[in-house]
Design a protein around this ligand. Structure first.
Ligand code: S3P
Length: 447
């Protein structure tokens, strides 16, 4: 699994309409953070609804290696006995973060201001991804990193024995970079400041405040200015992880493109830093009702009722990209099933995700008979209308869960079946994807 094991081909083909209720798993970003902040807090943090995907399980294992006690009680139910800020022990083994950029970057952040050394690695996908975006700011605290050419894993990080606080403007819109700097700032004296020009997902800020850190956010001329006061005593919390809007995107988009579908997806986050896809789908003419808005696990959520219907291509505002950065692969599938062109600009960050997602989607869509245009920072999909995509191809997933799920959704709507060469990475974020889609009526198989 996740690039370490055997490839698992999967195929999706058109079947009847999708109907019923889709309960998607816990939010991946929040699950990582719950384990990490639990490990840095004093006392017992209780977590319910934790995503038990491989990415998060790898973070749980890493927190044990740094000295926290992490206990699994039952489905989604975990507890973490933390060691306190600055209390991390030096791990005896190499920390293998599997497929997870979030896991490795956040963990590097939270160990970088302790006098310990750790070596990190991951699967073939993660070993290609740039770590310099995190190790550059961590060096300002006094940490050192020794990795492969281009700042790639495996990499050894030597934490700063006498860290200094940092003021850092993130050069790329990245919640992982922001969070790594904030987590490092926890064990530095004084105030660490992170400035982001565009708002990225704010789960770290919300949860740090929830665990008792002193953190303020101001909107200024430079952007969002986040100020954290170092060396707090984090207090153990009870965390109810809400459902993942990025996972909900797959059944929601499947229902929008499979003729006659109507599904209900409860508890989808409406956090403004995560809901860009949903705004975009509504602009494309999607029939989505946002019912029963409320707060769950500290996040605004709503139940979604989603119905198939005609969709039109649009220009996605580039400034919306950070709030839907993980959703462009599935959006490009919806775009292929819409009438007219969908233009996605300002998306070059997609090139450094689990795979180069612009290239992976462009090649797979072309193989399925869809016309696309791309440049470094842009993807344009020429829609073929409802039921219009020919399909009939095997698409490469490049060890990327979201590419795999996107092409399987395309197979549910295309004229001929669509296969993926390897669906095993789906287990990193949505282990129950296949049975959940099958219960809704989809024909997806791993044979
Ligand atoms: C995440 C941030 C995003 C996103 C990833 C999860 C996080 O990455 O793509 O899936 O939990 O902080 P970047 O920080 O690279 O944009």
């Amino acid at each position: 699994m996740s690039g370490h094991g055997q490839a698992q081909p999967m195929t999706a083909r058109r079947a009847g309409p999708l109907t019923g209720r889709a309960e998607v798993p816990g939010d991946k970003s929040i699950s990582h953070r719950a384990l990490i902040l639990g490990a840095l807090a004093v006392g017992e943090t209780k977590i319910s609804g934790l995503l038990e995907g491989q990415d998060v399980l790898d973070t749980a294992k890493a927190m044990r290696a740094f000295g926290a006690e992490v206990i699994h009680h039952g489905p989604g139910s975990w507890s973490v006995h933390g060691v306190g800020v600055g209390g991390f022990a030096e791990p005896a083994e190499v920390i293998d973060c599997g497929n997870s950029g979030t896991g490795v970057r956040l963990i590097m952040g939270c160990m970088a201001t302790s006098p310990i050394t750790a070596t990190f690695t991951g699967d073939a996908s993660l070993r290609k991804r740039p770590m310099g975006r995190v190790t550059d700011p961590l060096a300002l605290f006094g940490a050192k990193a020794y990795g492969r050419k281009g700042g790639r894993l495996p990499m050894t990080v030597v934490g700063a024995a006498s860290p200094v606080p940092v003021r850092y403007a993130t050069p790329v819109p990245s919640a992982q970079v922001k969070s790594a700097v904030l987590l490092a700032g926890l064990n530095a004296p004084g105030q660490t400041v992170v400035i982001e020009r565009e708002a990225t997902r704010d789960h770290s800020e919300r949860m740090l405040v929830g665990f008792g850190a002193e953190l303020t956010v101001e909107d200024g001329a430079e952007g969002r200015v986040i100020t954290l006061t170092g060396q707090p005593e984090l207090k153990a919390q009870t965390v109810a992880v809400p459902r993942d809007p990025s996972s909900a995107a797959f059944p929601v988009c499947a229902a929008l493109v499979v003729e006659g579908s109507e599904i209900f997806v409860p508890g989808v986050s409406q956090n403004l830093t995560r809901n860009g896809l949903y705004l975009t789908l509504v602009e494309m003419g999607a029939d989505i009702a946002f019912e029963n808005p409320r707060e769950e696990g500290g996040e605004p959520v709503a139940d979604l009722r989603v119905r198939f219907g005609p969709l039109k291509g649009i220009e996605v505002p580039p400034e919306r990209a950070p709030s839907m950065i993980d959703e462009y692969p599935i959006l490009s599938v919806v775009a292929a099933c819409a009438e007219g062109r969908t233009v996605m600009r300002g998306v070059k960050e997609l090139r450094v995700k689990e795979s180069d997602r612009i290239d992976a989607m462009a090649r797979g869509l072309e193989a399925c008979g869809v016309r696309v245009e791309e440049d470094e920072d842009t993807l344009i999909v020429h829609g073929m209308g409802a039921g219009g995509v020919p399909g009939g191809a095997t698409c490469k997933t490049h060890i990327d869960h979201r590419i795999a799920m996107s092409f399987l959704v395309l197979g549910m709507a295309a004229q001929k079946p669509v296969s993926v060469d390897d669906g095993s990475p789906i287990a990193t974020s949505f282990p129950a994807f296949l049975p959940l889609m099958a219960r809704l009526g989809a024909d997806v198989s791993d044979l």
